[in-house]
Design a protein around this ligand. Structure first.
Ligand code: TPP
Ligand code: MG
Length: 369
């Protein structure tokens, strides 16, 4: 199918934005989203922020051992979640994508249970915290080695093309990931094969303590797409509508046989890289403050909604209360599900357990009895 009426041009000099910093629509087309959908985006962004805070509480109270905060990435992640068909398209996320997974519809109880390894974790406690996955939602388990999920995403997309399924593989990663060999190999082959994949970089300008300029000499990430023969979109990832519309178009292109695209969403991470890191050692306090106080993605979208007559302080207060209660209940349920029994580690290794698993399982049970 040939379509020449795409909304966005690739390789722009400036990041694509649809809402100005003060909340005005600045797109060259009409925003076609229903008021309820716009309000849903806002709810999902707030929920992502509150989920982030609750996960830190789990760390501080000793219930989990690791967090990778996502605050500052909400507009990008909620935009992505709404641009795909949940439970139909495949998602290959990375560890900072809790808000994306929540907005996609993965129950909060499963995300909490994954972080604290209880029986409500569909992954049976086999992954480190912040590395969920969901068979039901077609979410590939988060892989710790940076960019190691890019070739599998490309492979899945190639399979989708060969089987003509109409699905799209959407793969997210950080700016640091784009300097890995796996990233180049996967992106290159997806493009050679014309596979229905969308590669999305949540560029927060740091790979732990390594700043963007020490990572790449490229003026931006999107421009790298040129070398692979696919479009690269440079987008303001603090703008939820720009994130949504550009990813939606990239997904539509891929689904309709136009091959993969690379989307760069420029964001900022408000917290440290993870609970194992002190970001004050490599980021100026003023830089963090500027992004927090002047570029907050939730605040920017709030201004937009207010101008549309879709936001009031009362609505915000009730929304916060509702989300906080929902997440508190989910966290309680996750904890109440109970610890994962140690012997579960031997399940699902082979269709039929071999003698070493049977023997080791018996030994573990004996040791714990
Ligand atoms: C192959 C590999 N090298 C190093 C690491 C250690 N590590 C974990 S996260 C990370 C930074 C990744 O940064 P980026 O891709 O920009 O994502 P961000 O955390 O900023 O969202 C590094 C180096 C790893 N997990 N895997
Ligand atoms: Mg980064």
């Amino acid at each position: 199918m040939i379509k020449d009426s795409w909304l966005f041009k690739p390789f722009t000099d400036k990041p694509i934005a649809l809402i100005s910093e003060d909340g005005e629509w600045i797109g060259s087309f009409k925003c076609d989203l229903e008021p309820e959908t716009l309000k849903r985006f806002y709810r999902d962004m707030l929920a992502a922020r509150i989920l982030d805070e609750r996960l830190v509480i789990l760390l501080r109270t000793g219930k989990t051992s690791f967090v990778a905060p996502g605050a500052g990435h909400e507009a990008a992640q909620v935009g992505i979640a709404h641009a795909v068909k949940p439970k139909f398209d495949w998602l290959f996320p990375y560890y900072r994508d809790m808000g994306l997974m929540l907005a996609l519809g993965i129950p909060a109880v499963e995300l909490f249970a994954q972080a604290i390894a209880t029986k409500a974790d569909p992954n049976k406690g086999r992954q480190m915290p912040f590395h969920p996955g969901s068979k039901e939602f077609k979410v590939f388990n988060v892989a710790s080695p940076i960019a190691s999920h890019i070739p599998p995403a490309a492979g899945a997309a190639i399979s989708m093309k060969l089987r003509n399924t109409g699905e799209v593989a959407v793969c997210t990663f950080g700016d640091g990931a784009t300097s890995e060999g796996d990233w180049h190999a996967g992106i290159n082959f997806a493009s050679v094969q014309g596979a229905p994949a969308v590669f999305i970089c949540e560029n927060n300008r740091y790979a732990i303590s390594v700043g963007y300029e020490k990572q790449t000499a490229s003026e931006n990430i999107a421009v790298k797409a040129q070398a692979y023969g696919m479009p690269g979109y440079y987008v303001d990832g603090m703008d939820v509508l720009a994130s949504y519309y550009v990813v939606r178009e990239a997904v539509e292109r891929a689904r309709s046989g136009h091959g993969p695209a690379l989307v760069e969403l420029v964001v900022y991470r408000y917290g440290p890289h993870s609970s194992a890191d002190d970001d004050s050692r490599y980021r100026p306090k003023e830089e963090v403050e500027l992004w927090k106080t002047q570029k907050d993605p939730i605040e920017r979208f709030r201004r937009f909604l207010e101008k549309q007559g879709l936001w009031t302080a009362e609505w915000e207060a009730s929304l916060r209360e509702e989300i906080t209660a929902e997440l508190a209940k989910a966290a309680e349920e996750a904890e109440a599900a109970g610890e994962i029994p140690a012997e579960w580690m031997f399940d699902d290794v082979y269709a039929e357990p071999l003698w070493p698993q049977k023997e080791q399982r018996a030994l573990v049970l004996e040791e714990l009895s």
